[in-house]
Design a protein around this ligand. Structure first.
Ligand code: HEC
Length: 271
């Protein structure tokens, strides 16, 4: 019993330890593997905007087509850009490690297991929403959850430019309440920047209007779909397992009735 408790305690540790490590509160993201439309859109964005640099080498096109309900011919026609690729091939790219290192200062990692390694989809989701313009960086982009990241903002044309801002927000009184001017009934404000803004519940990033093709909601949907897709890729049999699990529970519920009746018959014979 004690061993089981220890194992249980250890199994929850890495997840809770992770959030603290980032220093930036991660946004919530609940994947939905039943939403094939979302997974299909996510796959399309991935092939167009990410595969050039990041492979998914443990995942095959064929399996992806099957699970996402995409006919193989359509997959090859619209989502596979290298004419030599066959449907049974793993999802790889041809970027050379040496070039990548020279261009970005780091090799883009394979993303097949990324959401697994990060303890869930939240990190990826937040990362893709928190790129901002930074002229100090070689590629002009920085990121709130991954400071000084080597990657350019790959979805810039969709999202548009985000800038880091300071904001005028209500000053806090000693009791934690927001300070008001008793005469004018206006809040007394102060300028706050960076992490402190986040702690107070404000975003430190502001989108430059009309700098991207999508609205803020439209871009969030793209990032949701993309994260949903990479969550699926991290463990493709999860979908099957969840479905099987439901069947098993239904079966057990039905099986309970004859089992119970049988047990009652046995009991009668006892007395
Ligand atoms: C032009 C090449 C390029 C493109 C396109 C690109 N990335 Fe990257 N990405 C990189 C490089 C290089 C790194 C490593 C950065 C570092 O470690 O500083 C990286 C890092 C990452 C990381 C962080 C890895 C870590 O160590 O935690 C994630 C997540 C990621 N990319 C996701 C994506 C997604 C999703 C897309 C598509 C929307 C994408 N990338 C498009 C080059 C690219």
């Amino acid at each position: 019993m004690r061993l089981i408790l220890v194992v249980l305690a250890l199994s929850v540790l890495p997840q809770s330890g992770f959030a603290a490590e980032v220093g930036f509160p991660l946004f919530e993201m609940t994947p939905d593997l039943e939403d094939q439309g979302s997974l299909q859109r996510g796959a399309k964005i991935y092939m167009n905007y990410c595969l050039g640099c990041h492979s998914l080498q443990y995942q095959r096109y064929k399996r992806t087509a099957e699970d996402l309900g995409v006919p193989e011919s359509l997959m090859l026609e619209h989502l596979v850009f290298d004419p030599n690729t066959k449907i049974g091939d793993p999802i790889k790219n041809t970027i050379s490690k040496d070039n990548a290192k020279a261009w970005f200062g780091a090799v883009p990692p394979d993303l097949t297991l990324y959401t697994q390694l990060k303890g869930g989809p939240e990190y990826l989701y937040t990362y893709l929403l928190t790129f901002y313009e930074d002229s100090q960086r070689p590629l002009g982009a920085n990121n709130l959850v991954y400071e000084n990241v080597g990657m350019p903002h790959a979805l810039l044309e969709l999202q548009g430019v985000q800038k880091k801002v300071c904001k005028q927000i209500p000053k806090l009184a000693a009791n934690g309440g927001e300070m008001m001017d008793p005469l004018s009934q206006n809040y007394i404000t102060e300028e706050v920047c960076g992490l402190e803004l986040i702690e107070r519940g404000y975003s430190p990033l502001e989108l430059v209007e009309n700098s991207g093709q999508l609205t803020a909601e439209g871009y969030e949907q793209v990032v949701y779909d993309l994260t949903n897709f990479l969550y699926y890729v991290g463990d493709p049999s999860r979908l099957e397992r969840e479905r099987t699990g439901v069947f098993v529970l239904i079966f057990l519920a039905f099986f309970f009735v004859p089992a119970y009746l049988l047990a009652r018959e046995y009991k009668k014979e006892f007395h």
